[in-house]
Design a binder for this molecule. Sequence first.
Ligand SMILES: [Zn+2]
Length: 431
Amino acid sequence: MYWEKEQETLEVDLLRKQQLEYIKKIVKRVGKSEYYGKIFKNLGGFSINNWEDFKSLPFTEKQDLRDSFPYGLLVTDLTDVIRLHSSSGTTGNPTVIFHTKNDIADWTNFCARSMYMTGVRKNDVFQNMMGYGLFTGGLGFHYGAEKVGMLTIPSGPGNSKRQLWFMKKFQTSVIHILPNYALRLCSFFEPLNIDPYTDLNLRIAFLGAEPHSEVIRKKIEEIYGLRAFNSYGLSEIYGPGIAFECEEQNGMHIWEDYLYPEIIDPVTGELVPEGEEGELVLTTLRREAMPIIRYRTRDLTRFIPGPCPCGRTHRRIDRIKGRTDDMLIINGVNLFPIQVERAVMECPAVGENYLIEVKTINHMDKLFVHVEVNREAFSGTLSELKKIEKDLTNRLRSEVEVTPEVILVEGGSLPVSEGKAKRVIDNREKG
Ligand SMILES: [Zn+2]
């Protein structure tokens, strides 16, 4: 049941003590980098004796990583670095993260631990449908799966027919997939004459890289006949696998022997009371090449209070509600795309896809939600469609506190993307 029982179930007091020891060491080491060296110099030198000292350290932001491109945060000799990962960097410098041999070994280990926790074992066949390359989604799990000992198929994303062919031929039992892609891949069952319950051998899916709601999880579990586990990660802090659901499926254990998590109010930067929602902040405890102190992830979540029945003592975070960057402000009301998803996907007539559009009408923001309905509902009478429209408007209004205009469209007519779903179009007049 445990990959490393002692570490996973370490008493909370001991875990905190261990974390503080790691922090003392890492704070000493980061000073060697150009970026932190400057910060500590401005603070007149710095050392950590207790948690209060730690909490007085400034946050590190994504922009700091960009400004320090390429080597400003590196603390080891470049010859000790064996790999880099990078963000796409469509605007300005990309964020580049360097790893030593030990960093990759650590990442591999907690990916293996995460997977093992959900019940996968060495006799499973793992098909990894995440992007390989600079994006961390593919390689992180690939190494973890091999460490568990699974037969690993590095299929990467896309080419749906081949994906299903692999699944059938090699009797894939575990998949790693974008939730949005899982919802589209099933449209190939019918043309390929595949019954997922009899022709395929799937039992576990890891869903990651984009926030998704509980309804989407249930939908994927039902379509494929498997159990879907939520995974969290970001490339600046290793990648996927840093937090993962156990068999209880009740929040994601964040690996506190590798990271120290905090949750802050994104506006004031103050820690929020336990259990309240805020922005996740992470400190790497062991990373050699590029340790990061108090990194603002921009991801919104909360700690789930209380112990988990599985016996692991590492705190759990709730599913990601959204990114502070994705938050839309509509006539002064905060809205996250995931709230729209939660509301529309609960309606039985709704198909696989939806799109949020914001426009300026009479100097006011107006929210439009385009929703694909399933074939049966779409071929209904006009009054039946009006009923669905009204139902969706009510659901949305109570979830997001903004009255939207709902536009029903035929299943498959909204644009789809190979990678992460694009859910929001902001067509508001600027200024
Ligand atoms: Zn648990």
